[in-house]
Design a protein. Structure first.
Length: 571
C-alpha cells in the first residue's frame, strides 16, 4: 500500500500559485496562452519556468500543498547511499525520484510528481516496501544523485599493475585490424591495467599531460612534469590499437574512427578525489597520437598566498581584485598558469553575498557556489553570445576564459563600465602589451583607460629540489646578471639531482609576476594612445616590477635558478 494518502488536487497549479501569492491571475492567463500556442507540448509548470514567472521550488511547494504531502529540501546529507541503490540509476533519472531512507518496511521517497500514483506503485513493486512520499525539486534530486552515484563515465582506479607485471603486456601479441577484436583487446586485463597505471602514476608524479606517441617500430609514453617532457615507459608497439581503443572507450569516443582527430573527457577517482582527464587523438603516419591532459583539483585550487607573489605585490593584487568594477587581466603564454591564478582569485572572492559567473572553454574545474558555463561554438554559444546572456543573469563578478575577438572585448568593457568586475586572460608577452592588444581588437583607447584596473603578466619557473639543493659558485657573468637586478647575493643554489626529482634538480613550479596597476598618469597616457614602450617605461617609473626582476628576486631567495628565469623572460 501507499502510506501517504494522495488526494486529487481540487485546485489547478495556476490557482494554487495565485492562492499562495506567487502569481497574479494575469500572469497565469499569460502562461496558459503561451501553453496553448505551444499546442500542449509543454506542461504549465514548464511554461512558468520558461517565462521565469516563478521558481521550481515555488511550483513544487504548490503541488505538494494541492496533494497534501510534505515538501522538503533534499540534500546529499539527508539521503542514505545504500537506500538509493534499491532502484536502478536509469529508473531514478528517468522518473526523477530518489529513495531517501528506509524505516523498517517503509521507504521515504522524494518525487517531483506527487500525483503520479502509477509511478509510486511501480516503486513499491520494485522495492517491496511501503512508500511514503515527500515532494521536492528535480534540481535537488539530480544534485543528490550526482553526489552519491558516480557518473557513467567515471572509472575508479583501483587495479594498478606494478612494473614487475609488465610481462603481462606481451599477451597482446599480434597487430589487430578488426574493430571488434580491438574492442575486445581494449577490455582485456593487461590493457586496462596499463592505462590505469599510466593515469595513476601521472597523477602521483604531478604530470600535467600524458603523451602516447607511436613511431614506426616503437611506442613511447611521456609525461610532462613541471613543464618538461620525460619518457616514462615503452610498451610493445603492437599494443597501440588496444591502448588507443581503451582510452577512447573511457572518453566516449568512436573507436572505429582513426582518420580524424577526436577529443573527449574522462572522470576518474583516485584516493577518493576526482581527477578530470581531457583526451585528444590525432591520426599520424604510424598510428594515432594521444595526449591526455590531467586536471588535478589539488593543483588548480591554490590559495593566492601560495602562488609565489612577493608580499608587496600580493597586497597590490588583492586590492585590484577587490575593486567593485573594472577589467582585471592575466596574461602570458599557454601553460603559464593563468587559469590557476584566476581560479585562486575566484576562490578568494567567492562568498554568499556575491553572484560569480564564468564563461569558459572548457570548464576546467567545478567551483562550489560559482555559476559556470561552457562555450559551444558549434551551436553558436560563443564567448560573446554567452557573455551577453550572462549579463542578464545579474552577476557581480564575471570571469571570461579568454578575450579572443573584438565583440567579446567590447562587451567586457561595457560590463566593466556598468558596474561589474570582469576577470579574463590574454596572450601577451608582458603586462603593458595587454593594453595595446585590447586596442588592436577594436576597443577605443579612452574606453581601455576608463575600464582597466590592472594587468598581471606571469610565467612559471621550476623550483630547486629541496632534497638535493646545494650551494655553488656561479660564473662571474651570471652573478652580475642577478645582482644587477636583485642586489648582492650571498649564496647561489642549484639542484644536484636525486631520485625524488628524477635527477633533474627541480621539483615543482612557482610563478614569477609583473603587475601593472593603472594610475591616473597611465590612464592619461593610454587615452592619448601612446606606444606600449612609453606605457611600460611609465609603469616602471611608477614602481612596476618586471618579470625578470621578480624572477631574479626568487633566484636570490634560493627558490629557482638563473637559467630558469632567463629561459622564460626577455630583458
Amino acid at each position: 500500500m501507499i502510506s501517504t494518502p494522495i488526494k486529487a488536487r481540487k485546485l489547478q497549479l495556476g490557482q494554487l500559485l495565485v492562492r499562495r501569492g506567487v502569481l497574479t491571475e494575469e500572469q497565469v492567463s499569460e502562461a496558459l496562452e503561451y501553453q496553448r500556442a505551444a499546442e500542449g507540448a509543454l506542461l504549465l509548470g514548464e511554461v512558468l519556468l520558461k517565462l521565469k514567472l516563478c521558481t521550481e521550488e515555488q511550483i513544487m511547494e504548490s503541488l505538494a500543498e494541492g496533494c497534501e504531502v510534505p515538501f522538503a529540501h533534499v540534500t546529499p546529507k539527508i539521503a542514505d547511499a545504500k537506500v538509493i541503490e534499491l532502484l536502478p540509476r536509469e529508473f531514478l533519472e528517468k522518473h526523477t525520484v530518489l529513495p531517501l531512507f528506509r524505516i523498517r518496511d517503509q521507504l521515504i521517497l522524494a518525487v517531483t510528481e506527487p500525483a503520479n500514483v502509477f509511478l509510486i506503485e511501480e516503486v513499491q513493486r520494485l522495492t517491496g516496501c511501503e512508500v511514503v512520499i515527500v515532494c521536492t525539486t528535480g534540481k535537488d534530486i539530480s544534485a543528490t544523485l550526482e553526489n552519491h552515484l558516480p557518473s557513467a563515465n567515471v572509472f575508479v582506479i583501483d587495479e594498478i599493475f606494478d612494473e614487475s607485471d609488465a610481462s603481462e603486456l606481451s599477451l597482446v601479441e599480434e597487430k589487430i585490424e578488426d574493430i571488434t577484436d580491438i574492442e575486445a583487446a581494449a577490455d582485456g586485463s593487461p590493457v586496462i591495467k596499463l592505462v590505469n597505471y599510466l593515469v595513476f602514476h601521472a597523477v602521483r608524479e604531478g604530470a600535467s599531460d600524458i603523451h602516447v606517441e607511436p613511431d614506426e617500430n616503437a611506442l613511447r609514453v611521456r609525461y610532462r612534469v613541471d613543464g618538461s617532457l620525460y619518457e616514462k615507459i615503452r610498451p610493445p608497439h603492437k599494443m597501440l590499437p588496444a591502448i588507443s581503443s581503451r582510452i577512447k572507450i573511457m572518453a566516449g569516443l568512436d573507436i572505429a574512427e582513426r582518420r580524424l582527430p577526436q577529443d573527449g573527457g574522462i572522470h576518474v577517482m583516485m584516493d577518493g578525489r576526482p581527477i578530470d582527464l581531457r583526451v585528444s587523438t590525432m591520426p599520424g603516419q604510424h598510428g594515432e597520437k594521444i595526449v591526455i591532459r590531467v586536471i588535478d583539483n589539488r593543483s588548480i585550487m591554490v590559495n593566492l598566498e601560495k602562488l609565489g607573489f612577493s608580499y608587496e605585490m600580493l597586497k597590490q593584487w588583492q586590492k585590484i581584485i577587490g575593486a567593485p568594477n573594472g577589467i582585471v587581466l592575466v596574461t602570458g603564454p599557454t601553460g603559464s598558469g593563468k587559469s590557476t591564478t584566476l581560479y585562486s582569485v575566484l576562490k578568494e572572492l567567492n562568498s554568499d553575498d556575491v553572484n560569480i559567473c564564468t564563461v569558459e572553454d572548457p570548464v576546467e574545474f567545478n567551483l562550489k557556489g560559482v555559476n559556470q558555463f561552457q562555450v559551444n561554438e558549434r551551436i553558436g554559444f560563443s564567448f560573446a553570445s554567452s557573455l551577453r546572456g550572462l549579463l542578464r543573469q545579474d552577476p557581480d563578478i564575471v570571469m571570461i576564459g579568454e578575450i579572443r575577438d573584438d565583440e567579446t572585448a567590447c562587451i567586457a568593457v561595457q560590463a566593466a563600465l556598468t558596474g561589474h568586475l570582469v576577470l579574463s586572460t590574454l596572450h601577451t608577452n608582458n603586462a603593458p602589451g595587454a593594453i595595446t592588444r585590447l586596442m588592436n581588437v577594436g576597443v577605443e583607447p579612452y574606453l581601455v583607460a576608463a575600464s582597466l584596473v590592472g594587468v598581471l603578466a606571469q610565467r612559471l619557473v621550476r623550483k630547486i629540489c629541496t632534497s638535493c639543493k646545494e650551494a655553488y659558485d656561479p660564473p662571474e657573468n651570471i652573478r652580475r646578471v642577478v645582482e644587477k637586478m636583485a642586489g648582492a647575493v650571498e649564496t647561489f643554489y642549484r639542484g644536484n639531482g636525486c631520485p625524488k626529482c628524477r635527477n633533474t634538480g627541480f621539483s615543482g613550479r612557482i610563478g614569477i609576476y609583473e603587475l601593472l596597476v593603472l594610475t591616473d598618469d597611465l590612464r592619461h597616457r593610454i587615452s592619448e594612445n601612446v606606444s606600449v614602450d612609453d606605457i611600460r617605461k611609465a609603469a616602471i617609473d611608477c614602481g612596476m616590477t618586471i618579470l625578470r626582476q621578480d624572477g631574479m628576486d626568487k633566484v636570490k631567495a634560493g627558490i629557482t635558478t638563473v637559467e630558469e628565469v632567463l629561459s622564460v623572460t626577455t630583458g
